[in-house]
Write a new protein. Sequence first.
Length: 178
Amino acid sequence: MTAEQQATLNQRHQAFKEKREDMRQEMLTSARERRGGSYQERHDSYEGQRRGSAHDFAHDFPYRPAQNMDIEFFDNITLSEEQKAAIADIRETQKENRALHRETFKAFKHAQRELIKSDNFTEEAFLAIAAQYEDELVSAALDKVKSKKAMLAVLTDDQKNALKSNRREARGLMELLN
């Protein structure tokens, strides 16, 4: 690409990032308004009231979009205190690992972007970057699977069956919606 084309590409990329951030902020604001405030504000207004023992576990962790999907995973299952503690430990380890892997993934994406922007982009260079980060990316996927497996190992057979049933119901609902 010429210097002018590169500058145009960089300018478009920056405009896209700004637009994406504006949209994200707008979505967060409108979502908070629909829900009646942030999660913390709503949680504080409940002052620790729970909706029942089946939901206790879901309220033991702060809400973070797209990262607490596995909380819903256990939503309709009654867990013992020992199980809650074991799962909380697994989640804490998973959280630490995810933070390390997130940095690696960001570095990988940055290296890809820089290569694409550079004048010496080749398929071999791209494959070299992919090979450089391959072990870390595989390790991240493996850590994720291991933590899910460890969480399932904490459950009894009845709880596992209830979990399977919940998943089947959710899939059925999704098929109806699609």
